[in-house]
Design a protein around this ligand. Structure first.
Ligand SMILES: [Zn+2]
Length: 248
């Protein structure tokens, strides 16, 4: 059974759920409590790992991809031979490979054994993890911040790994709701914690740059698992990500 409360959160027995709340930016989310300022710029793809579900068997090679970009340029009325555009197909293909590098990573390789039995059972929260992704409907960027928390059941994972997990799923063609859920499910899978909470705030270029556009609009999604399905725990989490740390 799914329940929706007045703030748009949903809960359904035991499984992850996510919900989108569209509106103005949430106040007070800019400072960091546990800041990972390292922007998501490190290529992690090593050519191994799992292929995306639904990948065609025969993938086009780079030359075919460059040709497709050239066709796009022609389609928008450009001259692919003019100087500024001659290397654009290669640059676009290279950029797309980088921005979708998460397809070639796997959770196991990424975590790489960095799970520790600390006997720690209190909330671990990493706020303000910057991320960049591409919406699967328009292949345009959406970007923002992720807040990832979990209540361990003895096992904890290296803090930087939480940011790496966000990055791995963000570097795929996504919708924000699924991205949020996949991060929560990944943490559930590797740690089997008592609860996982993921909140993502993002602005979508396909909303901001095109037509009915609402510059400054933000989409907030959340995925709550286990203990965070309880109202009080969930509220505590939301209070923590709204709190403005005073140390800088
Ligand atoms: Zn879109």
């Amino acid at each position: 059974m799914t329940m929706t409360s007045s703030n748009g959160m949903t809960a359904n027995g035991g499984s992850t759920n996510s919900t989108a709340i569209k509106g103005t930016p949430t106040n007070g989310l800019h400072p960091t409590l546990l800041s990972l300022s390292d922007p998501l710029t490190t290529p992690e793809s090593n050519g191994k790992g799992t292929a995306p579900v639904g990948t065609p068997v025969a993938q086009p090679d780079d030359a075919q991809m460059r040709e497709a970009v050239r066709t796009l340029l022609l389609g928008v009325g450009e001259d692919p031979e003019r100087e500024g555009l001659q290397r654009t197909p290669k640059r676009v293909v290279d950029a797309m490979r980088f921005l979708t590098g998460g397809y070639h990573q796997s959770l196991d390789e990424l975590v790489n054994g960095a799970i520790f039995d600390e006997g720690h059972n209190e909330l671990v929260l990493v706020r303000d993890i910057g991320f960049f992704s591409l919406c699967e409907h328009h292949m345009l960027p959406f970007m923002g911040r992720a807040h990832v928390g979990y209540i361990p059941n003895q096992k904890v994972v290296g803090l930087s790994k939480l940011a790496r997990i966000v990055e791995m799923y963000a570097r795929r063609l996504q919708v924000q709701e699924r991205l949020t859920r996949q991060i929560a499910e990944a943490i559930q899978e590797i740690l089997e914690p008592r609860g996982v909470a993921v909140v993502m705030e993002a602005t979508h270029m396909c909303m901001v740059m095109r037509g009915v556009q609402k510059p400054g609009s933000w989409t907030v999604t959340s995925s709550m698992v286990g203990a965070f399905e309880e109202q009080t725990t969930r509220e505590e989490f939301f209070n923590l990500i709204r709190h403005q740390p005073a140390f800088f």
